[in-house]
Write a protein that binds this ligand. Structure first.
Ligand code: ZN
Ligand code: ZN
Ligand code: FE
Length: 762
C-alpha cells in the first residue's frame, strides 16, 4: 500500500552530510518526495510502498552519518501528494538559529582506503577529508559554516573537487574542507632555525622516521595544535624531552599504529578498545602488560596514556613503520597552552623541538587531546577536548535567555547555553598564567561569534580571587551575574548529565574550592538539588601554611597536619623553612583554613616520605594511590588493623553545631601510629584510602537514615583516584544506593561550567 510520511529530525543534522544520506537512501528504496534543511533540523517527506517506507525509516535511525547527533525523530502519516521524484530542496531559513559545528574526528574508513590506493588522486595526500571525517571545529572562523568562513577559504577548489562538492551522491557533497593535491594545503618540513628542508610529503615522512630513529624531537602540527613527537622507548630521548619541556613528572601520551600493536604491551578491555578505535580518538589510560616503553614516559605510574593515529599524517607515518611507539604530547612549555599557530610554535618550541612539520592551513581553534580512563567498563573523562568539542548537551526545554558560564580557574572549560543547547568549550588549562588567560579571553570571544551568542545571564564561581570571576564581571557589564559555589556546581553537573531533579546526597571531593564561609572547601558532603544545597558533612579544617605555596610544597601541609598531633618533631627535620612554618602555624600568619581531601592526600604523601615538593597539581595523590595499588599482598597485621579500624569507624565522626565532622586529626594520628609501628608505606597508603572510603560510607548511611535519600552523586577531581572512586561506588552499590558520577563530562573542574549552567536554568 502506498503511503506518505512527514518526518522531522532534530539534533545535529546540518553540515554533516545528512541530506545526501537521505537522498541516497530514498533512491535506494525507490521512494519519492524531498528532504529539506530548516531552522530546527531536517524535514523529510516520503511517499511510496509502506514496506519500503518502513525499511527507509529503519535505516535512517541506524545508519545516519557519523558526525550527526540525532535528538528526536517524529513521524506523521499524511494524505498522499503524488510526488514525481525525490529531490533535495533549497534550505528554508526563517529565523537565525544556531549552526552546529562538528568536532574534529579521525579519518574515516573510506578516506583511509583512498589514502593508500595508488590509483586514487588523493593517494598519500595528508589533507584528505570527506563529509564523515577530518577537521571541523578547529578550522571554523565564523558563521554560517561554509568554506568561506573556514581556513580553507584561501584554497580555491579545482574542477574535480568542485564536481564532487556539488554532487549529492558524492561522499564529499558540501564537505567544506574538501581538498586534493592539486588545490589543497600542503606539508612542510623545517629545521629549528626555520630553514625549509622539504615540501614533498614522501620525503618529509621518510625524514621524520629517520629523525625519530636518531632520537630527535619533532614538533608536528595536528588538528588542534602541535604535538611533540619522539621515540617512546629510549630513556635518554624521553628524559631529554622532559628536560627541555621542564616537565619532570606529568606523564606523556603515546601513539601506536593500531590496536594489535597496543595489545602487545597493554591490557585493553572491550570498552577501552572501543574508545581507542572511536572516531574521537581520545587518549585512554591503560595498564601496562609488558615494559616496552621507557619508564620515564609515565614515571612511577602503572598506567600509560595511549591513542591511535587520527590525522592522515599520523596514518601515513605509522603505515611506513607499524612497530614504533611514539611519545605524542602537547606542544607546549611546562603548563602553558598548546601551540597552534606556526609563528608561535617556532618561537615557543625552538628550545624543545629539533624539527618542525607544519602545513599551510591555519588552526583557528586549538584543542588538546581528550583523556579518558575506564573503571568497571565505564569511561570517565579527565579531559574533554578534541573530538568532543563542540558537541552540545541537549536540554529538555528551550531557554528564554542566553547564558555564559565562566567555569573555574583550574582545568578550565567555560560553557555557553542558548535555545536547547549547552556547549562546553575545549580544555583551556590552568588560568594562573597570563598566556592562558589570553587564550581564555580569545576563545570566549570566538565562541560568542561562532555561536552567535548574546548572553543575558553570566555565571561564575564564588571565589573572589579567581581570574574567571573577574573576567565574567567584565564581560557582563551591567547584565545579571550569578555566583555558584564550586562544590555545588560539581554536584549539579552530574545532575544535569543524568537528568536528576530531586535532592541527592552529593559528595564533592577535590583540591580546592571557595566555601560560603570563606574557607577552602574540598571534602563536601551535601544534600543538594540544582538550586540549593545544605552542607551536611566535611573533614575538619586544618591550616595551609603559606597558602598557595603549600600546594606546591606539600611538606608544609604534612607539617601542618602533624602540628596538632604532637608528632611533628620526628618529621621534616631537613626542610629549610620548618621552624618558620611552625611559627607561622602558632601565630596564624598566612594560614588559610582548608578541609580539602586533595590537600589531605598531599599531606599524607609527604608524611609518608613519598613526595615533598610537587611539580604539578595532583602529583602527590597520584603517587600515594600508586603506592596503595602496589599493595597486592597485605600482611596479617594489616588485615587485623583494618578489621579493628572498620569496627570503630564511628570514632572518626562527630557532630558539631549541626554539621557532621570527619576528624582529619584522627586520620593523621592513625597514619603516624602505623608508620611508627613499622608498617610498610604501601600498606599504610592502602589503609588510608580504605579508611576514607569506610568513613564516608558510614556518614552517608547516617544521612540516608535521616533523609531517606538514596541517590548518591560523586564528583570532583579527587575521584580521578581509581581506588577512591571504585571503592565508594562499590560500597554504595552493595548497600542499595543509586550511584551517579560524570560520564560524558569531566569529573574534575572541567565540568564546573556545566554545573554553573545547571544552577541558573529553570
Ligand atoms: Zn572521510
Ligand atoms: Zn582539488
Ligand atoms: Fe573542584
Amino acid at each position: 500500500m502506498v503511503k506518505r510520511f512527514v518526518i522531522r529530525v532534530n539534533g545535529i543534522v546540518q553540515g554533516v552530510g545528512f541530506r545526501p544520506f537521505i537522498y541516497r537512501l530514498a533512491l535506494e528504496h525507490q521512494i519519492k518526495g524531498y528532504v529539506l534543511n530548516d531552522t530546527e533540523g531536517v524535514t523529510i517527506e516520503i511517499e511510496g510502498d509502506e514496506q519500503r517506507l518502513k525499511s527507509f525509516l529503519e535505516k535512517l535511525k541506524n545508519e545516519f552519518p557519523p558526525l550527526a547527533v540525532i535528538q528526536e525523530i517524529k513521524v506523521e502519516e499524511k494524505p498522499l501528494k503524488g510526488f514525481k521524484n525525490f529531490i533535495i530542496k533549497k534550505s528554508r531559513t526563517t529565523s537565525r538559529k544556531t549552526t552546529f559545528i562538528p568536532p574534529d574526528t579521525n579519518l574515516c574508513k573510506d578516506c583511509l582506503k583512498e589514502l593508500f590506493d595508488p590509483s586514487d588522486r588523493r593517494y598519500f595526500y595528508p589533507f584528505i577529508v570527506c563529509t564523515h571525517c577530518g577537521p571541523r571545529f578547529s578550522i571554523v572562523k565564523d558563521i554560517p559554516y561554509d568554506r568561506n568562513n573556514t581556513s580553507m577559504a584561501e584554497f580555491k577548489m579545482c574542477e574535480e573537487c568542485k564536481r564532487e562538492y556539488e554532487d549529492p551522491l558524492n561522499r564529499r557533497f558540501h564537505t567544506q574542507p574538501t581538498a586534493c593535491p592539486v588545490c589543497g594545503p600542503s606539508l612542510f618540513l623545517y629545521d629549528k632555525k626555520k630553514t625549509l628542508l622539504s615540501s614533498d610529503t614522501k620525503t618529509i615522512l621518510k625524514s621524520v622516521l629517520e629523525f625519530i630513529k636518531q632520537g630527535k624531537i619533532i614538533a608536528v602540527k595536528s588538528y588542534g595544535g602541535f604535538h611533540l613527537v619522539c621515540d617512546a622507548c629510549k630513556d635518554e630521548v624521553v628524559l631529554e624531552l622532559r628536560k627541555r619541556k621542564r616537565r619532570p613528572f606529568k606523564p606523556f601520551a603515546i601513539m601506536v599504529a593500531d590496536i594489535e600493536k597496543a595489545e602487545e604491551f597493554l591490557y585493553i578491555s572491550p570498552v577501552e578498545k572501543e574508545l581507542l578505535l572511536s572516531k574521537e580518538r581520545p587518549i585512554v589510560l591503560l595498564k601496562e602488560k609488558k615494559k616496552v616503553v621507557s619508564k620515564f614516559v609515565a614515571p612511577g605510574l602503572s598506567y600509560l596514556g595511549v591513542m591511535l593515529p587520527y590525522t592522515p599524517f599520523h596514518h601515513l607515518l605509522f603505515f611506513l613503520n607499524k612497530d614504533m611507539i611514539l611519545v605524542m604530547t602537547s606542544g607546549n612549555f611546562s603548563d602553558e597552552p598548546i601551540c597552534f599557530k606556526d609563528e608561535e610554535a617556532f618561537e615557543r618550541l625552538k628550545n624543545i623541538a629539533d624539527y618542525f612539520v607544519t602545513y599551510n592551513r591555519e588552526i583557528v581553534s586549538h584543542s588538546d587531546d581528550s583523556v579518558i580512563f575506564v573503571l568497571k567498563e565505564t569511561p570517565i573523562f579527565i579531559r574533554r577536548s578534541k573530538g568532543f568539542v563542540p558537541v552540545p548537551f541537549i536540554l529538555k526545554k528551550e531557554l528564554q535567555k542566553e547564558i555564559f558560564a565562566g567555569g573555574g580557574d583550574l582545568k578550565n572549560c567555560f560553557a555557553i547555553a542558548k535555545e536547547k543547547f549547552v556547549i562546553l568549550s575545549q580544555y583551556l588549562g590552568d588560568l594562573e598564567y597570563r598566556v592562558t588567560q589570553e587564550v581564555y579571553e580569545r576563545t570566549v570571544k570566538h565562541f560568542f561569534k561562532i555561536f552567535d551568542l548574546n548572553p543575558e545571564i553570566f555565571v561564575c564561581d564564588m571565589h573572589p580571587g579567581y581570574f574567571t570571576t573577574r573576567i565574567v564581571k567584565e564581560l557582563a557589564g551591567d547584565r545579571e551575574i550569578i555566583r555558584v559555589q564550586h562544590h555545588h556546581a560539581h554536584i549539579i553537573s552530574v545532575m544535569m548529565e543524568h537528568e536528576i531533579e530531586e535532592p541527592v546526597i552529593g559528595i564533592a571531593f577535590d583540591g580546592t574550592g571557595y566555601g560560603t564561609d570563606g574557607n577552602l572547601w574540598g571534602s563536601e558532603i551535601l544534600i543538594a538539588d540544582r538550586k540549593k544545597f545544605t552542607r551536611m558533612a566535611h573533614f575538619s579544617y586544618f591550616p595551609l601554611p603559606g597558602g598557595e605555596k603549600a600546594i606546591k610544597e606539600v611538606w608544609r601541609i604534612g607539617l601542618s597536619l602533624l602540628w596538632k598531633t604532637g608528632f611533628y618533631k620526628d618529621f621534616f627535620s631537613e626542610e629549610n623553612y620548618r621552624d618558620i612554618v611552625l611559627t607561622q602555624l602558632e601565630k596564624r600568619i598566612n594560614t588559610p583554613l582548608s578541609c580539602s581531601i586533595g590537600r589531605i592526600f598531599d599531606g599524607v604523601a609527604s608524611i609518608l616520605g613519598i613526595v615533598k615538593v610537587v611539580s604539578t597539581e595532583a602529583e602527590a595523590p597520584q603517587k600515594l594511590e600508586e603506592k596503595a595499588l602496589n599493595c597486592t599482598n597485605p600482611s596479617r597485621k594489616f588485615l587485623e588493623i583494618k578489621k579493628r579500624l572498620f569496627k570503630n569507624i564511628s570514632l572518626f565522626i562527630s557532630k558539631e553545631k549541626g554539621e557532621w565532622i570527619i576528624s582529619t586529626e584522627e586520620v593523621i594520628k592513625t597514619v603516624v601510629t602505623l608508620l611508627k609501628e613499622g608498617m610498610s608505606i604501601e600498606e599504610i597508603s592502602l589503609l588510608f584510602h580504605l579508611i576514607i572510603i569506610k568513613v564516608v560510607k558510614k556518614l552517608v548511611d547516617i544521612l540516608r537514615e535521616e533523609t531517606r535519600i538514596k541517590k548518591v552523586v560523586l564528583s570532583g577531581g579527587a575521584f580521578q583516584n581509581r581506588l577512591l572512586l571504585k571503592g565508594l561506588w562499590q560500597e554504595f552499590e552493595d548497600s542499595g544506593y543509586q550511584v551517579f558520577f560524570p560520564v560524558k563530562y569531566p569529573i574534575n573542574d572541567g565540568g564546573i561550567a556545566l554545573g554553573q549552567v545547571g544552577f541558573v536554568i529553570p
